[in-house]
Design a protein around this ligand. Structure first.
Ligand code: NAD
Ligand code: TDX
Length: 332
């Protein structure tokens, strides 16, 4: 695999994947195709080896642009997506355009071009909530919010292209991911940066919803393992095996930022809020993958990164972000 198109490579996980590929495989050239939505940021790939990195500003919902950028690429790894559940509750149209129509354009282009691998980065959210135990790849999907429904739609379409047209599609379903460069609308960077600024942490409902936390570089090695060693037509869970109630996560963030629990502000719950996510990663582990980051180290180094890199997040927490924040959190 010499030339890999990475869509959404200016986002949180996509940019970590670009950095990972360039430092791990000296022969790889990355075509980074990204629309630069509110969540895309070229600061996320600042300093990468530009001789092996071509940035193309484009929209995966634009079939011609996708076809032209994918020409000569051996593989495509699709990170591009609208990704925030709360925004999908406010308005879902962009989610359908990108997470469904965009995926369709990618598999169509792969069919026409004979692309050797199409890896679709998906999410544990497509399964829905589970009270006990962990979902396996053979369990049925049960998405319950517009974001996860759009991701599930993209998955179904891509797998249909595998069965109908032999497009070599592989899907990964990852857990809640954390680490540097995450857009501060997601709970972890939102709470860390709010705590640094001594601002309230808006905790939904009773704070007892459970998420499984996966370090961003482990998510990237999981995707890379599925891309290089996985089988077309297969789905692989990428789990953190690190479940925490939101209130427990919140208290840890307060400790690491030296703030008190008076900053916790319980607010009205998210509609359709999935109670617990949990997935079983045995299938990917059978290919040799393991998560390397311990939670205690990962959360401490991530909080330190946000403390030390205000240059990165302060400019983001202005303009569009503040408008969104007001719409989302005022009067709750
Ligand atoms: P992000 O929101 O940080 O970044 C998304 C990127 O995609 C941005 O750079 C944005 O500009 C780009 N993009 C959006 N629409 C586009 C379009 N139409 N055409 C081209 N580019 C477009 O997302 P993330 O958190 O890094 O998530 C990456 C992928 O991983 C997504 O597919 C998401 O569903 C999946 N995922 C995320 C998590 C998580 O916890 N963050 C967990 C599991 C799976
Ligand atoms: O302000 C908040 N308060 C709060 O209590 C926010 C933004 C979230 N939460 C809760 C809701 C969830 O239980 O924290 C948990 C995590 O919320 P998000 O960061 O919005 O993530 P989640 O909804 O779990 O989805 C994430 O993981 C799966 C990513 O956003 C998805 O892209 C990924 O697919």
């Amino acid at each position: 695999m010499k030339r890999i198109m990475v869509t959404g490579g200016a986002g949180f996980i996509g940019s970590a994947f670009v950095r990972y590929q360039l430092r791990t495989y000296p022969d790889v050239h990355i075509v980074n195709f990204d629309k630069l939505t509110y969540a895309g940021n070229l600061n996320n790939v600042k300093g990468v080896d530009e001789t092996r990195h071509t940035f193309v500003r484009g929209d995966i919902a634009d079939a011609e642009a996708v076809m032209s950028a994918m020409k000569d690429c051996d593989a495509v790894v699709n990170f591009a997506a609208e990704t925030h559940v709360d925004r999908s509750i406010m308005a879902a149209a962009d989610f359908i355009d990108t997470d469904v129509r965009g995926v369709h354009n990618i598999v169509e282009a792969a069919k026409a071009l004979g692309t050797k691998r199409v890896l679709l980065v998906s999410t544990d959210e497509v399964y829905g909530s589970i009270a006990k135990g962990s979902f396996k790849e053979t369990d049925p999907m049960g998405p319950r919010n517009p974001y996860s429904a759009s991701k599930a739609g993209g998955e179904l379409l891509a797998m249909a292209y595998f069965h109908t047209h032999n497009v070599p599609v592989i899907i990964t379903r990852g857990s809640n991911t954390y680490g540097p460069y995450q857009y501060p609308e997601k709970v972890l960077p939102l709470f860390v940066t709010n705590a640094i600024d001594n601002q309230p942490l808006p905790l939904y409902g009773d704070g007892k919803n459970v998420r499984d936390w996966l370090y961003v570089d482990d998510h990237c090695t999981g995707i890379d393992c599925a891309l290089r060693h996985g089988e077309p037509g297969q789905i692989y869970n990428v789990a953190g095996e690190n479940e925490r109630e939101n209130i427990v996560l919140t208290r840890r963030i307060l400790e690491l930022t030296g703030r008190g629990k008076e900053l916790i502000k319980p607010i009205t719950d998210r509609p359709g809020h999935d109670r617990r996510y949990s997935i079983d990663a045995s299938k990917l582990k059978a290919l040799g993958w393991r998560a390397a980051m311990e939670w205690d180290t990962g959360i401490a180094s991530t909080v330190r990164w946000y403390k030390e890199n205000e240059w990165w997040w302060r400019p983001i927490k202005t303009g569009e972000f503040l408008e969104y924040y007001k719409r989302q959190y005022d009067n709750r």
